[in-house]
Design a protein. Structure first.
Length: 164
């Protein structure tokens, strides 16, 4: 039985990876996925400088995180991915991807719209296409993040690592 390890990283000034081992068969269920913890890099002390330098903040730096369907957006996206990762696993296997990772990003705009999804790094173009499909088809309503009392655009940068 091959194991795919899913690494979730939210990039800010430092990277704090957390790996979730996922069995590549039907043994993984929603209860197991729901019981896994999400780790987020600690809030950066440079948040105010970043805010003035860019028109967005990274997920770990935002005071009030974006919500998906009224719940923590990062955690909800992770759960959504966990329920839908199987096709990525099949694509990796079919195309001989023995290891590597997909780094992807997307933004939640000030109006709660998911925008500008893109793949920053991937071991195979079909994996990139499937990851973009997953990101762009997530169902639900995003509520934008807030910082210093203002609604702000928030960037999610995350990675999925394949170990087979």
């Amino acid at each position: 039985m091959a194991i795919i390890a899913i690494t979730v990283m939210f990039f800010a000034s430092t990277v704090k990876p957390v790996t979730y081992p996922i069995l590549e068969n039907d043994e993984t269920n929603d209860v197991e996925a729901a019981n896994m913890e999400t780790a987020v890099a600690p809030k950066s002390s440079e948040t105010k400088d970043k805010k003035s330098e860019f028109d967005f903040l990274d997920y770990p730096d935002v005071e009030v995180k974006p919500l998906l369907n009224g719940k923590d957006g990062g955690e909800e996206f992770r759960k959504y991915y966990m329920k839908n990762y199987k096709k990525l696993s099949e694509i990796a296997k079919k195309n001989g991807v023995q290891g590597g990772h997909i780094i992807y990003q997307f933004f939640i705009d000030k109006d709660g719209t998911l925008i500008d999804a893109k793949i920053r790094e991937s071991p195979h173009p079909l994996l990139s296409a499937e990851m973009l499909r997953l990101i762009n088809t997530i169902e639900g309503k995003w509520t934008p993040g807030k910082h210093d009392g203002e609604t702000i655009k928030v960037r999610f940068v995350t990675a999925v690592r394949f170990n087979q």
